[in-house]
Design a protein around this ligand. Structure first.
Ligand code: C2E
Ligand code: CA
Ligand code: CA
Length: 580
């Protein structure tokens, strides 16, 4: 059969289907259809064409299809298209066109030449499907597979893929090549999430990834591994020093607070660094070691970075042990409290005592509360632990009353995680009832950071505690960036100036000026002031001269078991007031 004997599409259609049927299909088919004459001038379009392009028949009749041209493809593209059409009678492909609104969209287009029985072109027919929605879905799917949907940086999967390529290439290189893998974890992110809500937590993560991203170079990789964990690869570094410099930049970048809904949020981060190839030749090993170095940074005060070193292996074993031992200790109530007096500098009265938890673990020895409280906060163990501490403080109070000192309140440190619990007030009341004691015998210390979050709820909780009869202190003041005027809204009795200010008060003028200002302002707000961590008589004298009301610290007494504390009080009263 020669070319001209091939049945013509039109004829084929007309011979099989009625004109009405063809018209019905033409109008109702989901594909856009456009028919031109042999000069490529538009004769007819269907409803789907109108729908996709936005043009009505009157607007395009007599025009050339180039009315839809997007400008995306160059001249060569169209020349090739028409050449192929002339050669094969058909062209198919993806093409970008422009709607009447000006919007560009991709379509899958088939153009067919329609010839008469002499082989002469009479018409062209274009049939197309709008791909824009499919494209959006495809792009989205691709993005989701490789990107973290919240921050749009790489996800774990994409990170591992890119590392594979990077490490394979590096292994082939003759000259030695180094990369740094940084594991980064935000400090106290759980607290932000718990107190300010997940929506703000999410926004914070987006801002964090933007700040880190702005510090990166072309080949570097930033990925979010989920939660508040980020991983960064610094490719082709000359020296590990570069990684240290980068980590310092990250720390500095977070010194400026992140503003979300007019609220300044301070974040800091702890980082761990491993170096390829010294610390590992596989992604897994590098990640593992950077992660361990990160945990080490957390244990060493946060807001810092550490390089991996061999001894960390044993450290991570300790964390595991700490976790399991702490669980057992809570089960068996293996804790005690140590009590430290607070002294009125003018009258020499013992105005209160602070209860500090102590844990002497069979396997781990004495563990500092700073270490295990933090772990308890991160693992949720703080709630049962906090209840044990309250119970112990009630026992302590009974001993104090029995020894003849019913009016010395015991201050209990309350973790912000416990404080933020919906059931906090209830649980405290239950404990008081269970121990048959009253709130008047206690003081509650909440940190400045605790009250900085979700102010309204915090205010009403503090007011209720106050109504119950607790005295309220704000702990570690000066470390949380809140201004004193912010504190007016809280019903606080006492402000405790953080030890970090007291430490250098005799040698650093600026610390002295700050402490002086805090005392003046606190007095104006009708609050009493306690200086924490006072160790020397010079500090006592200076603080007295500034009008500081109460002093707590090793200078007077270390934290003591209740029995020893009672002896101390006894001795103190004899010494200072001649009372027995
Ligand atoms: P904090 O509430 O600021 O407690 C004061 C810390 O300073 C205590 O450390 C105390 O022993 C120590 N200290 C007191 N005077 C001096 C001094 O003159 N010099 C020095 N260098 N240190 C002094 P400790 O007992 O190790 O507690 C550390 C932190 O652990 C506490 O800081 C508090 O945040 C937390 N913590 C302790 N006990 C509890 C508790 O029962 N519940 C909760 N939620 N946290 C607790
Ligand atoms: Ca305290
Ligand atoms: Ca404190």
């Amino acid at each position: 059969m020669n070319e001209s004997n091939k049945p013509n599409v039109q004829e084929l259609f007309l011979s099989h289907f009625s004109k009405e049927l063809i018209e019905k299909v033409f109008e109702n088919i989901a594909e856009g259809i456009m028919i031109t004459d042999k000069y490529k001038k538009i004769l007819s379009i269907n409803a789907a064409f109108e729908f996709v392009t936005g043009y009505k028949l009157e607007e395009v009749q007599g025009e050339k299809p180039s009315i839809l041209q997007s400008g995306v493809h160059d001249r060569i593209f169209y020349i090739d298209m028409w050449n192929q059409l002339e050669r094969d009678g058909i062209w198919q492909g993806e093409i970008w066109n422009r709607r009447k609104t000006g919007e560009l969209y991709p379509e899958w287009l088939t153009i067919i030449e329609i010839k008469d029985k002499f082989g002469e072109v009479t018409n062209y027919c274009g049939i197309f499907t709008d791909l824009s929605e499919r494209k959006i879905v495809e792009d989205e799917l691709e993005k989701r597979a490789l990107h973290d949907s919240l921050t749009e940086v790489c996800n774990r999967f994409a990170f591992i893929e890119r590392m594979k390529v990077l490490l394979e290439m590096s292994a082939k290189k003759v000259q030695p090549i180094q990369h740094a893998v940084l594991f980064m974890d935000l400090d106290r992110f759980k607290q932000v999430n718990d107190t300010l809500g997940h929506a703000i937590g999410d926004q914070l993560l987006v801002e964090v990834s933007k700040r880190v991203n702005s510090l990166l170079k072309n080949k570097d990789i930033l990925a979010r591994f989920g939660g508040d964990e980020f991983v960064i690869t610094l490719a082709n570094i000359q020296h590990p020093r570069e990684a240290a410099k980068f980590a310092e930049q990250v720390i500095r970048a977070f010194e400026i607070p992140i503003k979300i809904h007019d609220q300044d949020i301070y974040v800091s981060t702890s980082m761990g660094i491993s170096i390829y190839p010294e610390d590992g030749e596989t992604t897994e090993q590098l990640l593992n070691r950077a992660d361990r170095a990160m945990s080490y940074s957390k244990e060493n005060g946060r807001n810092c970075f550490s390089f991996y070193f061999e001894e960390l292996q044993t450290d991570s074993n300790r964390l595991l042990l700490l976790d399991s031992e702490l669980r057992k200790a809570i089960e068996n109530r293996e804790f005690t409290l140590a009590y430290q007096p607070k002294i009125n500098t003018v009258t020499n009265d013992i105005v209160g005592i602070e209860a500090l938890v102590r844990w002497n673990s069979e396997k781990l020895g004495f563990v500092s509360p700073a270490e295990f409280i933090e772990h308890a906060e991160e693992s949720g163990l703080i709630i049962p632990l906090s209840e044990i501490i309250f119970d112990l403080a009630c026992e302590g109070n009974q001993k104090l009353v029995a020894a003849g000192y019913p009016r010395i309140p015991i201050a209990i440190n309350v973790s912000s995680i416990h404080f933020q619990q919906q059931s906090f007030l209830e649980s405290v009341q239950t404990i008081l009832e269970r121990n048959n004691t009253s709130a008047q015998c206690f003081e509650i210390e909440v940190t400045e950071r605790t009250v900085m979050n979700s102010a309204q709820e915090t205010v009403s909780k503090l007011v209720k505690l106050k109504q119950l009869g607790f005295k309220l202190s704000i702990d570690d003041f000066g470390t949380g960036y809140s201004s004193l005027s912010y504190l007016v809204r809280f019903p606080l009795d006492v402000l405790k100036i953080d030890r970090s200010f007291i430490q250098h008060i005799c040698s650093l003028d600026d610390k002295q000026a700050i402490v002086d200002a805090i005392i003046q302002m606190a007095h104006r707000l009708q609050m009493k002031v306690v200086a924490e961590g006072v160790e020397t008589s010079q500090q006592v004298e200076l603080l007295k001269s500034m009008g500081c009301d109460f002093i707590q610290g090793y200078y007077y007494s270390r934290p003591l078991p209740m029995e020893e504390l009672i002896d101390f009080i006894h001795f103190w009263e004899v010494e200072h007031q001649g009372r027995i």
